[in-house]
Design a protein around this ligand. Structure first.
Ligand code: SF4
Length: 435
């Protein structure tokens, strides 16, 4: 097993997005909340375009619109005017001020500026300078900021908190379905199904129905436990709730595949005392049946996985369950925890895995040429690598904009596993047909 650390001083096709976009996704999962990006034009324009392309939905994002004068004299004036204008025009329940490279570099005291604003709207500062971390870090910082500023002990509520990370609306629906079968009440941090899987009903409501309410976020301090589905994106919030409000936390593996979904359901059972029902055991059986059905098509194929840390490590274990060989597991986010997770999978399963950390697509491409793989799993940007190397390609992660409906199809839980079995096997079959 080897681990590659980028030593070059240039990045060629980055393997990650910047912190604010992760924070914006977290905020758009809160009902009647608007992210206000404290930065310049591009810091809001490019994330909106990414959301539109991946989710096929509009994203409402405000901007303090910093220019040269703010870079010299500070952006407080723009921020205060922006918050007032947004509150007056849209009447949101919450405005999250998402900082950027520029506002962090000029040193605006965003927390201090917001403390002096007197408006009947919750104001939550989120620090997301993009010269460190990635969109995953930004999401993590944003959810932690939400619970830090809103969670409040008022009395036990018999719910669990589940932080979902940067998963898709289809995954959140699958999560709700599993929890519903177990009759478990949950506060989902944060629920983007309202914003990014919205029905088109006229007249349009001022804000999409659904999303996690401010009241629910306040109530997270009273829950019987918290589970982070993605420890890198939501883990900081559940740690905070444990330290500050004594809400026990579990940050396990993302529930992708048989073993990881088993562990997730056991964790829910352990926190709530609710048994895993027969319906879920039957779904598990269907996944195992689907895995057996494709054995002769996929077994021993070499796979490179490129995704956010928790999805990449979850997928590495799942392709092992499929009888495949995870030879490269790569992520654009720097994380020692990710390395430990993948090393544990390698030592438990006996696979030789090359771990690439903080990588760009050039580095991934070079590793694929060196190691030789049959299938690449990654976002739309990986397609050109698969084409160049004439290998099969299965889409995974964010952004996926060269296929329709990706965001609706879950990858978590037993049902998500069945979808992945089909996606992987069909990618290999399509590639064989085209050869
Ligand atoms: S300036 Fe920084 S925060 Fe803005 S888009 Fe670029 S990397 Fe992201």
């Amino acid at each position: 097993m080897s681990q590659t650390k980028t030593k070059r001083s240039v990045t060629i096709n980055p393997g990650m997005l910047c912190q604010p976009i992760g924070a914006m996704q977290a905020v758009l999962g809160v009902h009647a909340a608007i992210p206000l990006v404290h930065g310049s034009q591009g810091c809001a324009a490019y994330p909106m375009r990414m959301f539109n392309r991946h989710f096929a939905e509009p994203a409402e994002i405000a901007l303090s619109s910093l220019g040269e004068d703010a870079a010299v004299f500070g952006g407080a004036d723009n921020l205060v005017k922006g918050v007032h204008a947004l509150a007056a025009r849209r009447h949101p329940e919450l405005i999250a001020v998402v900082t950027t490279c520029l506002s962090e570099t000029i040193g605006d005291d965003v927390d201090g500026i917001l403390r002096k604003v007197d408006l009947p709207v919750k104001l939550v500062p989120m620090h997301t300078p993009s010269y460190v971390g990635s969109h995953v870090t930004g999401y993590d910082n944003a959810v932690k900021a939400l619970v830090t500023h809103l969670a409040e002990q008022t009395g036990p509520n018999s719910k669990i908190n589940v932080t979902v990370g940067l998963l898709d609306p289809g995954d959140i629906k699958e999560l709700k379905s599993m929890l519903g079968m177990m009759r478990v009440k949950a506060i989902i941090l944060t629920d983007i199904t309202g914003a990014f899987d919205a029905p088109l009903i006229l007249p349009r409501p001022p804000f999409p129905d659904g999303g996690t309410t401010v009241g629910e976020i306040r109530d997270t301090a009273n829950s019987i436990g918290s589970i982070a589905l993605s420890k890198h994106a939501g883990g900081a919030a559940v740690k905070y709730l444990e330290m500050k409000h004594k809400v026990p936390m579990i940050a396990g593996a993302c529930p992708i595949g048989v073993e990881n979904t088993d562990a997730f359901l056991d964790n829910v059972s352990q926190l709530t005392g609710r048994p895993v029902p027969d319906e879920l055991r039957k779904e598990r059986g269907r996944l195992i049946d689907a895995i057996i059905d494709v054995q002769f098509k996929v077994a021993q194929k070499k796979v490179a996985v490129f995704a956010d840390p928790d999805v990449a490590s979850g997928m590495a274990r799942f392709v092992h369950e499929l009888g495949m060989d995870p030879v490269i597991v790569a992520t654009g986010t720097e994380s020692k925890e990710f390395v430990k997770d993948v090393q544990a999978i390698a030592s438990q399963t006996g696979h030789e895995i090359e771990i690439i950390l903080g990588c760009d697509l050039y580095e991934l491409h070079e590793a694929i040429k060196r190691v030789g793989v049959d299938l690449l799993m990654g976002n739309t940007h990986g397609k050109s690598i698969a084409d160049d190397e004439k290998i099969a390609f299965a889409r995974l992660g964010f952004p996926v904009y060269d296929r329709v409906g990706y965001q609706r199809i879950p990858i978590i839980g037993y049902n998500g596993g069945i979808n992945l079995v089909d996606r992987i096997a069909n990618a290999i079959l399509d590639h064989a047909d085209a050869a």
